[in-house]
Design a protein around this ligand. Structure first.
Ligand SMILES: *Cc1c(COP(=O)(O)O)cnc(C)c1O
Length: 382
């Protein structure tokens, strides 16, 4: 058995990141500055968006996107329930009402038909999550949004590399939000990005992300001497720092290489986990590209008595870290109470939630690590 514990979601950090962080620390400027701007420029080129604003989390990106899309008290926002808490929490922060929609079993993405059923005259926006790195059905979702005049905000926390019919997701809706949290495909420890092709949205988000201070307020300590600034809105403290951007610049430079490594691990899991009582990820549609963020298996409870939680415990005993993405959000304490949800409300989401387990998938994994993961899983079902 494996000797040391294999940490789930441990990121690959290169010497380039370490050197850049040290250089930033020695530069005299560690706040939002030139490196953050360089990261924004390079990121927007990578996803082919017109504007990018770096922030300190995807949660912040989602919050500012909702505000910019005009979401406020009295509005409803449709979100999937198979997602991280903050996708819905930000709706509450805006004073709006969360309306959970069910997902499709095969893709684990929000079901356009269920979105349609949940639209009312109060619906203002849809937040789409590209679950595990697989594109949601953007064609259908954008058509629904157009028909009902809804804003579409893409939660692309799993999906920096994801494409839908050759287009990068995050750039298809009105605003796209990314996460650079420590377990994500591109990491800055904590961090996020908003991209949009709407210049006015980008400008407002930049201002809101730094206290509502007039644009480029961070330059006030630069070589041109002190600059006065105005406060044009009651903004937030959501800006990214140059220390974080120092990581991001080099993570981004390596993004395709890291993607290829994960793609190879993905293929090996697909090949070697055949024949076990597991439902493996479905292949993507032709023309789409999976970001390979999470390799989630569904415990096939028709074929085994091992429950999902027993599977997680057995993996821990074998020194392999795991994750759960996600238990249904509509049944977590706060939302269950606030929205009076009960078991059975979102059947596909709950079906997945009871079976899903994520196994390690990081460019940092060695061939031996991958072998250990596969052997551990085979051992559990032997
Ligand atoms: C991680 C995650 C977030 C939140 O990202 P942070 O950068 O930690 O704020 C939002 N949505 C999804 C789907 C996530 O997985």
């Amino acid at each position: 058995m494996r000797k040391d514990f294999l940490i789930f979601g441990s990121p690959l950090i290169g010497q380039e990141e370490i050197d850049e962080v040290v250089a930033t620390l020695k530069s005299g400027w560690i706040g939002t500055g030139p490196k953050t701007h360089r990261f924004e420029e390079e990121f927007k080129q990578y996803v082919r968006a017109q504007h990018a604003v770096a922030v300190n989390s995807c949660t912040a990106a989602l919050h500012l996107s909702l505000i910019t899309a005009g979401v406020g008290p009295g509005d409803e926002v449709i979100v999937p329930s198979i997602t991280f808490a903050s996708t819905a929490n930000v709706v509450v922060h805006c004073g709006a009402k969360v309306v959970f929609a069910d997902c499709e079993r095969a893709t684990q993405n929000i079901d356009p038909e269920d979105v349609r059923r949940r639209i009312t005259d109060k619906t203002k926006a849809i937040i789409v999550v590209h679950m595990a790195g697989r594109s949601a059905n953007m064609g259908e979702l954008m058509a629904i949004a157009k028909e009902h005049h809804l804003a579409v905000i893409e939660d692309a926390a799993h999906a920096v590399e994801t494409e839908y019919k050759g287009r990068k997701v995050g750039t298809i809706g009105d605003l796209g939000c990314y996460s650079f949290y420590t377990t994500k495909n591109l990491v800055t420890a904590e961090g996020g990005m908003v991209v949009t092709n709407n210049e006015a949205y980008a400008e407002r988000i930049r201002i809101l992300s730094l206290h509502g201070m007039s644009a480029d307020a961070w330059k006030r300590y630069g070589s041109e001497g002190y600059k006065h600034y105005d406060v044009v809105e009651a903004g937030y403290k959501y800006n990214m720092t140059d220390i974080q951007a120092s990581l991001g610049i080099h993570q981004l430079a390596r993004i395709e290489k890291s993607w290829q490594r994960r793609a190879a691990i993905w293929q090996q899991y697909n090949d070697e986990l055949q024949g076990l009582p597991l439902i493996l990820p479905a292949p993507v549609e032709k023309g789409d590209r999976h970001a390979y963020h999470l390799y989630t298996v569904l415990i096939d409870t028709d074929k085994t008595n091992v429950t999902r939680d027993e599977f997680l415990n057995e993996m821990t005993k074998r020194n392999i870290g795991t994750g759960v993405h996600f238990r249904p959000l509509h049944l977590r304490q706060y939302y269950r109470r606030a929205l009076e949800h009960k078991e059975g409300d979102l059947p596909n989401t709950e079906w997945i939630g009871a079976r899903t387990a994520s196994i390690p998938l990081s460019a940092k994994l060695t061939d031996d690590d991958v072998r250990d993961v596969i052997d551990a899983i085979k051992g559990i079902f032997a």
